[in-house]
Design a protein around this ligand. Sequence first.
Ligand code: PGA
Length: 256
Amino acid sequence: MTRRPYVAGNWKMNLAASDAVRLASDVVRKTGRHRSVDIGIVPSFPFLMGIAPRLEGSPLKLGAQDLDAHEFGARTSGVNAAQIRSAGVVFTLVGHSERRAIFGDDDSACNAKVHAALNAGLEVMLCIGETEMQRDQNQTQQVIENQLTGGLKDVSDDQWEHVSLAYEPVWAIGTGRTATPDQAEQAHAWVRAWVEQRASKRVADAIRILYGGSVKPANAAELLARKGIDGALVGGASLEADSFSAIVTAAANSRS
Ligand code: PGA
């Protein structure tokens, strides 16, 4: 089964409005020819509506970095699934390690967000990954499985096609340290085996599992060449159109 590569750029809390809109346009210009790759950009909330029109007619998908699991109401600063969808968003990250570590999103909060997003017609990219201490204590597989079990609880058969996963070892995010291709391939195999057991072989064959953690043009090709690594969730290197586009090119070439 060949899965379509998927590369998403998580801009995190960076850029001012005019720079964000410009970067979006540059990314469209530099990556738009790659029709064999799903490409997503994930700007801060205030820039979503300004960027959405720039992506029209391009293959790029607009993503949100997070959402509030609740519906409309008195939740100052909350942004819900219907709101981001109405701003032109197609998918949302859930459970990024910075959300887990800084804002306290636990697996049950992630699960509520997953359902809120799916119920509103958004795609979800659930992020999972172990800390350095957990890896050193040989807990990586268990940690990943717990995050998957908690985060994806009660996802129904017909919802799986709207879910992708990002394996991001916490110790590799923003540190310049990347998981070795062997480490990443092993973790992706654990994730896919979990999906097969929880859902089905068909779902496991189809689901995209992205690697994230200091992906850059210099290491993208060797990671994306590995079995079961279907794309990349890129932080720092997505803030420059040239480096992001080089990673998209590596993803396109990985399947050719
Ligand atoms: P990084 O971030 O590429 O800067 O390590 C990845 C991420 O947080 O998704």
